[in-house]
Ligand binder design. Structure first.
Ligand code: ATP
Ligand code: MG
Length: 279
């Protein structure tokens, strides 16, 4: 699957209006085929993640940003289906606590970055500090406008020190969001997810898109690129991200760690043990 066109270029300026949230043009097949392909990708990702954990050398951040209902939780559930929880962790960034606010805005983020062999999924991230914070004037413009540069430098440091960073913006349109809110309200098993406050946030859609556009234009870098993922179709969203993740993991060219010395000797001993009741 070719996903180059969803990667935000590091030069020039993109306009979100040029992306179509309904797009599913890079997959040659129907929804069902897409879902079947995802299941195969899940198995590949599972095996590669196992290897990453065994090797214990690389670190990976999968960062997901989106408007409400665009599918951050769905991506986490369906793209990472089957991975070994020992090596994968989700870090969710909500409104900062008092102690978090008493530090700089990257403090809580740095604390969640992966250790060797680990994948950390960022459900929201430091980008909230130039998104919600900007849209709601939580700090003055002179403060948030400096942050793009901090963020680029922070991510550069992480990458220089051996972390890989994938950044996904799940792009839906307001009509799709309304449909998904409605589905939550109508389904007794989803009603708990409905937060009336999210409807207030929706009123700032235009401001959010402006803020996202600036994020994409200012912080898509060669070392930590953004992808705009068309997300009106959930299956296509999951498939695209799974492809990018699989290719990224494959690109690590991992091997398994060296086995202990004298493996042959142990092999022989173990064969004998299986034939005897002695310990
Ligand atoms: P989500 O909305 O991510 O699916 P949730 O509904 O469980 O998760 P919420 O209570 O909505 O959790 O928490 C996320 C909220 O926290 C969002 O409204 C987000 O904008 C806000 N938030 C995250 N980071 C910051 C920040 N740095 N400053 C202010 N608000 C933030
Ligand atoms: Mg929420």
């Amino acid at each position: 699957m070719d996903y180059k066109k969803y990667r935000v270029p590091t030069k020039g300026k993109i306009n979100l209006k040029d992306y179509d949230p309904d797009d599913s043009s890079e997959f040659d097949g129907k929804k069902k085929d897409g879902q079947d392909t995802l299941l195969k990708l899940n198995q590949e990702i599972e095996a590669l993640q196992e290897q990453m954990f065994a090797e214990g050398k690389r670190r990976l951040i999968v960062l997901v940003q989106a408007m409400d209902t665009a599918g951050k939780d769905g991506v986490i559930r369906y793209v990472f289906e089957g991975v070994n929880p020992s090596g994968v962790r989700v870090a969710a960034f909500k409104a900062p606590s008092a102690i978090e606010l008493s530090h700089d805005y990257l403090w809580r983020v740095h604390a969640q970055t992966p250790g060797k062999g680990e994948i950390v999924i960022f459900n929201r991230s430091h980008y909230e500090d130039v998104l919600v914070v900007r849209v709601h004037n939580l700090v003055p413009q002179e403060v948030w406008s400096r942050r793009y540069e901090h963020i680029n430098n922070f991510e550069k440091m992480l990458v220089d020190e051996g972390t890989t960073i994938l950044k996904f913006f799940l792009y839906i349109d307001p009509k799709e969001q309304a449909k998904r809110f409605l589905a939550r309200v109508e389904d007794p098993t989803k009603q708990w997810k409905f937060n009336p406050g999210d409807l207030e946030e929706r009123k700032y859609w235009v401001e959010y898109m402006q803020a996202y556009e600036d994020v994409l234009n200012k912080t898509s870098t060669d070392y930590a690129p953004w992808y705009v993922i068309p997300s009106n179709k959930k299956w296509y969203r999951n498939l695209l991200i799974a492809n990018i993740l699989r290719d990224t993991l494959k690109g690590f060219n991992m091997g398994y760690p060296e086995p202990p010395a004298d493996l042959e000797v142990y092999h022989k001993k173990l064969l004998e043990m299986t034939l005897s009741d002695e310990v």
